[in-house]
Write a protein that binds this ligand. Structure first.
Ligand SMILES: Nc1ncnc2c1ncn2[C@@H]1O[C@H](COP(=O)(O)OP(=O)(O)OP(=O)(O)O)[C@@H](O)[C@H]1O
Ligand SMILES: [Mg+2]
Length: 278
């Protein structure tokens, strides 16, 4: 059984034209420990797909169809209580804007511990702190004791994104959904976050659904990729193959738009950065 099975998933927002589906019936699966990339232009349905997976689609605004099974649990059939148990324990989500995901009034450490309050109620305060500090170290936050006491506005964008990741991995989920986690960051920090995700995957066998509009970023991290356009999957396969020999005209366009593609391929291979080698 796959870790995640998505079958014929569709979403139609009530305020959209009848024929315009945000997600138009997509199917894919993920194995434990897999890193899967999901790419596509703005509005292609990536975030809506992530929201369905994580049960965050606003109630009463859209009709949805199909099925999503995570580790044997049918997400659409879950009660709110069951969903809360799965969310944050089996699967967590990191979004693009860390600043809006943290509450400005609480210290970072308290917010990283949030998932533990919900999912591991038996932990003592000292144990919770230990787990939070460990997640912070694993997320590449140097001096975690100090960051633990800070408020969100006292951290840089890169540090906040790391803190978001720490909050997402503190419960050791099997699947991490990362929706454009590096888009708002500068290139150096972006590379560090990619390296961090790779590390989490290797050391902890965490599956990652990595969402980006940028195929070039996906290429560095994901062995497999799905390309979406207007709510549909137009191409899927090994990232390496898709990048070298895209079959769908839309994927060809996406790749042609990456500046200096040949040079990038050459350099990344020299640095062992080709996800096909993973
Ligand atoms: N809350 C909402 N209400 C109505 N329509 C929505 C809502 N959220 C998304 N949509 C529509 O669903 C479609 C898919 O949007 P989605 O946010 O999934 O795109 P995306 O692929 O994540 O794009 P981006 O790269 O810009 O993040 C779009 O047409 C969008 O307008
Ligand atoms: Mg999006």
């Amino acid at each position: 059984m796959s870790l995640l099975e998505v079958k014929d998933l569709s979403v139609h927002f009530h305020d959209a034209r009848p024929e315009r589906f945000a997600v138009g019936g997509i199917s894919f699966s993920m194995e434990e420990g897999e890193i899967l990339g999901l790419v596509g232009e703005s509005g292609s349905g990536k975030t809506v797909t992530a929201m369905c997976l994580s049960g965050l689609l606003p109630v009463g605004k859209a009709d949805k169809g199909g099925s999503i099974t995570l580790d044997g649990h049918e997400i659409f059939a879950c009660s709110e209580k069951e969903l809360n148990r799965i969310l944050g324990r089996e699967m967590t989500v990191v979004f693009q804007e860390p600043m809006t995901s943290f509450n400005p009034l609480y210290r970072i450490g308290r917010q990283i511990e949030e998932g533990l309050y919900v999912h591991e109620k038996k932990l003592s305060a000292a144990e919770r702190k230990e787990r939070a500090l460990d997640a912070m170290v694993r997320s590449g936050l140097n001096d975690p004791e100090q960051v633990y006491r800070k408020y969100p506005h006292e951290l840089s964008g890169g540090m906040l994104q790391r803190a978001m990741i720490a909050a997402a991995i503190v419960t050791n989920p099997k699947l991490l959904i990362a929706d454009e986690p590096t888009t708002a960051l500068d290139v150096t920090v972006q590379a560090q976050i990619l390296e961090l995700l790779r590390d989490l995957n290797r050391k902890h066998h965490m599956a990652i659904l990595f969402i980006s509009h940028d195929l070039n970023v996906v290429r560095k991290l994901c062995e497999n990729v799905i390309v979406m356009k207007r709510g549909l999957i137009v191409e899927r396969g090994k990232t390496r193959r898709v990048f070298r020999r895209p079959e769908h005209p839309y994927t060809q366009e996406l790749i042609a738009a990456i500046p200096g593609r040949e040079r990038l391929l050459y350099r990344d291979e020299a640095e062992g950065y080709d996800a096909g080698n993973l």
